[in-house]
Design a binder for this molecule. Structure first.
Ligand SMILES: [Zn+2]
Length: 160
């Protein structure tokens, strides 16, 4: 069994990432590359973000190279992976003792904006993410919301 570590360095596929995404190495971003989390800027990583990255690591376990290839090439794949990871992040915040309803709501808004932003190139609206994340335990709800999203013009998967 491999133990996950948070490493203060660029991920092994940094070249592939920069060829696909417009990322600045100085930006506070985490990268999951099985079996480790890469934190190039060394910022303090809150538990909710570890929960997020653990979802990616778990899904990369079978074939991390293929996972990253799909993540870079296929916007739909990327969107689904990020919805699952953001969902886990949101649940971690909700389960943290002492988090009140206002804080949960504010966090949901913040991560919905993040997933709806340029960072992921997913072309999903923040309000759709906001509706989707709390309902993801129900596959019918998830399908319905994603069907709704079909009406939004998606790009061809390129993000640059
Ligand atoms: Zn992610």
């Amino acid at each position: 069994m491999t133990t996950m570590e948070i490493l203060r360095e660029l991920p092994p596929n940094w070249k592939q990432i920069t060829e696909t995404f417009d990322v600045d190495p100085a930006t506070r971003v985490l990268y999951a590359y099985f079996p480790h989390i890469y934190n190039p800027t060394g910022f303090r990583v809150p538990p909710a973000l570890v929960a997020h990255e653990r979802v990616h690591l778990d899904r990369q376990r079978k074939d991390v190279v293929q996972w990253w290839q799909s993540y870079c090439d296929n916007m739909r794949f990327r969107l689904m992976e990020e919805l699952l990871a953001h969902r886990a992040e949101y649940v971690a915040v909700c389960n943290h003792p002492g988090t009140n309803r206002a804080q949960k709501r504010a966090y949901l808004v913040a991560i919905s904006k993040r997933l709806g932003s340029q960072l992921y190139g997913c072309k999903i609206r923040a309000k759709t993410v906001k509706a989707l994340l709390p309902a993801m335990d129900d596959p019918a709800v998830m399908q319905k919301v994603l069907d709704m999203e079909e009406s939004v013009p998606f790009n061809d998967g390129s993000v640059t």
